[in-house]
Design a protein around this ligand. Structure first.
Ligand code: BDR
Ligand code: CA
Length: 311
């Protein structure tokens, strides 16, 4: 059973990831969830994490608040995709559960330093600000995590917020650069993978057929989330990014990729936030991440549906 910390900026796709994690207690123990500013400001992401916990019947979960803004750059948000609250699409009660008083950064550091080396998997679904701050506070965490599994970046697929950059890395490229330079074992789920996971009507219909409240709320969230890609690109559904991180923990064989070097562009106006992936190993730089490129999309949606059905 993996002990994990979920660092997140919900986000309807973050919500789906958190739901999958809570639905998988045999394989995953969620030690805590840390909110970060990303899709929407921290006040909303913190609220949204707790809404998802309560939807899953997990008001006992430990939720912490982290960074309100990126390390260096000005905040960038994505209300155009996720709505004003970040979790538009379903009417849910405001959360009752409170956040824990400890800061997200202290929780991350203390948990990784307390647990045996190799015990903790960090799962990041948003900008990497909290993890970078934790590394700054205690660089030794890099050598103690089992791995960091992150949704972020894009290479052959390009970017989704600029032509070169994916949103999570773009929002805090300085944090991403610190994480990729830290020596932490990294598994990266880029747009190259997540753009293969469209929430097609036939797939959403299987979720709706579960008929449970969590499943129906997720269907409503996805209907809101999809409309951005459907209107802009005419696609059948939108790309379900963040649940890839949890799916990887449950069924790594769904994914394939290559261990290679990744560097983060932090300077160029044109390409800031770009994940420069040395797929062909031409740079001579040391591999620092397992970069995924392909996914068994039907296998992924079967897993998602089966897990959400357990809630
Ligand atoms: C990432 O950005 C956010 O909008 C999503 O929640 C996901 O984490 C995709 O680029
Ligand atoms: Ca996210």
């Amino acid at each position: 059973r993996r002990k994990i910390i979920i660092d997140t900026d919900p986000g309807q796709d973050d919500a789906a990831a958190i739901m999958m994690a809570f639905a998988s207690p045999d394989e995953i123990e969620v030690l805590g969830l840390t909110a970060v500013a990303g899709n929407v400001p921290l006040s909303f992401t913190s609220r949204n994490v707790r809404i998802v916990c309560e939807l899953c019947g997990r008001s006992d979960a430990a939720v912490y608040e982290g960074a309100e803004r990126p390390l260096v750059r000005k905040p960038v948000t994505a209300e155009h995709v996720h709505g004003r609250t970040g979790l538009d699409g379903a009417e849910l009660p405001e959360p009752v559960m409170a956040v824990r008083p400890q800061s997200a950064v202290d929780f991350i550091v203390e948990t990784i330093m307390r647990e045996p080396a190799g015990a903790i998997t960090l799962c990041t679904l948003g900008p990497l600000t909290n993890v970078a701050l934790a590394l700054r506070k205690e660089p030794a965490i890099a050598g103690r995590v089992r791995e960091l599994v992150m949704m972020g970046g894009g290479f052959f697929e390009g970017g989704n917020i600029t032509p070169a950059a994916e949103f999570n890395v773009y929002v805090d490229p300085d944090a991403a650069a610190a994480v990729f330079a830290s020596g932490m074992p990294i598994v990266m789920m880029p747009l190259d993978v997540t753009h293969q996971l469209l929430t097609r009507k036939d797939r959403v219909a299987k979720l709706a057929a579960l008929g449970t409240r969590p499943a129906l709320v997720l269907v409503d969230w996805l209907a809101f989330f999809e409309r951005f890609d459907e209107e802009k690109y005419g696609s059948d559904g939108g790309p379900l990014h963040d649940p890839t991180v949890i799916a990887y923990l449950l069924r790594p064989e769904l994914f394939s990729g290559r261990h290679c070097n990744v560097e983060i562009e932090t300077q160029s106006e044109l390409t800031v936030g770009m994940t420069v992936v040395d797929w062909w190993r031409v740079s001579g730089r040391q591999p620092n991440a397992m970069v995924m490129r392909n996914v068994d999309s039907d296998g992924f949606f079967d897993l998602l549906t089966e897990r959400v059905g357990r809630l």
